[in-house]
Design a protein around this ligand. Structure first.
Ligand code: GYE
Length: 328
């Protein structure tokens, strides 16, 4: 029944990308016209805030090497201004293609227009932007975060299906304004809204880090006498919160049930140990597919406007089964 799904699937209508491909394709054809001239990619990473991010960075770097793509890599330390600077420097360096994982959703139009004017195509990886003008980027490769939030909510509904008592939930949100924080919150809220017994009694950002997750959970525990469930938007914040819960003399996974997102190795270990109750998977292994898309875009070939990562979920039993083979 349980199936580990690691494949990436391509969705979207290729037809929709026809218009988007016109400009970028013709401008970069010269670069790849010789057939084997090396592609240079400028990649602006969000930061190094979590186990997911570390695995994602490694995936991008390894895949670039394997694909023979020269990678210019920069870490923005979770600051949009650093990403904008990095993108401008890639434009100045006349890279063949820019890829980036936007730390927040808003505020990208100006710099994306600069790239477009310089005829340098852009690929979004992992996180989306809210720009109305979708011709500013060629494609968006990453997870469906709303769906992830829904899966977290569905587990909770099932877990408490026989109870009529109120269920007090605290939520540790990801980085404020980021697509995964916005969407994981929205998907979860939509599903639990169906039943009035579910109440989010506190919700605050933990910046996707372990340290902040611990700090905010400590504050939640002081302010809220009766917490039944913690929903953390990633494993790292959940792991930090576990320390806070244990520090307060409570048993994580029992006194307080915990749901997280990502399924990195440390999270899966805590799940197998019974400290987390359920994890919604989010795959960081985007590198190989990013390089394939980049090659196509630079050659002027059509790519689908949206490529969604296919993912699964894990219970404690399932975590025990797959833990030894988990790569990240
Ligand atoms: O879930 C979190 C990371 O954007 C999907 O960012 C990514 C999220 C991931 O810091 O751990």
């Amino acid at each position: 029944m349980f199936k580990r799904i690691s494949a990436l699937v391509v969705v979207g209508l290729a037809a929709m990308s026809v218009a988007a491909c016109g400009g970028g394709g013709s401008t970069t054809a010269g670069t790849s016209g010789g057939g084997d001239s090396t592609i240079t990619m400028g990649f602006s990473q969000v930061g190094a805030e979590s186990g997911w991010r570390t695995a994602n960075t490694k995936s991008v770097q390894d895949a670039a090497k394997k694909a023979g793509i020269e990678l210019k890599f920069s870490d923005a330390q979770q600051k949009q201004e650093n990403q904008i600077k990095a993108i401008r420097s890639y434009i100045q360096q006349k890279v063949d293609i820019i890829a980036f994982s936007p730390v927040v959703e808003s505020g990208w139009d100006t710099v994306l227009k600069e790239a477009q004017n310089a005829k340098i195509p852009v690929i979004l990886t992992d996180r989306a932007v809210d720009s109305k003008d979708t011709s500013l980027y060629k494609t968006f490769l990453g997870s469906d975060f709303v769906e992830e939030g829904k899966k977290a909510g569905q587990w909770l509904v099932e877990e408490y299906k026989d109870s009529t008592d109120p269920v007090n939930i605290v939520e540790l949100q990801g980085t404020t304004g980021s697509a995964p924080a916005n969407d994981r919150k929205a998907g979860f809220a939509e599903v639990i809204a169906a039943e009035s017994k579910f109440k989010i009694v506190a919700s605050q950002t933990g910046d996707f880090t372990r340290a902040k997750g611990k700090e905010v959970m400590e504050a939640f525990l002081k302010a809220q006498p009766d917490i039944d469930v913690l929903y953390a938007h990633n494993d790292d914040m959940g792991l930090g919160a576990i320390e806070a819960i244990e520090g307060a003399g409570k048993v994580p996974g029992k006194d307080i049930k915990i749901i997280t997102v990502d399924a990195v190795k440390d999270g899966m270990q805590a799940l197998a140990d019974g400290k987390i109750n359920y994890i919604v998977e989010c795959s960081p292994l985007l590198g190989p597919q990013l390089m394939d898309l980049a090659k196509k875009v630079v050659k002027g070939e059509q790519v689908p406007p949206r490529v969604v990562t296919e993912e699964t979920t894990f219970t404690q039993e399932q975590a025990k089964q797959v833990l030894s083979t988990r790569q990240y």
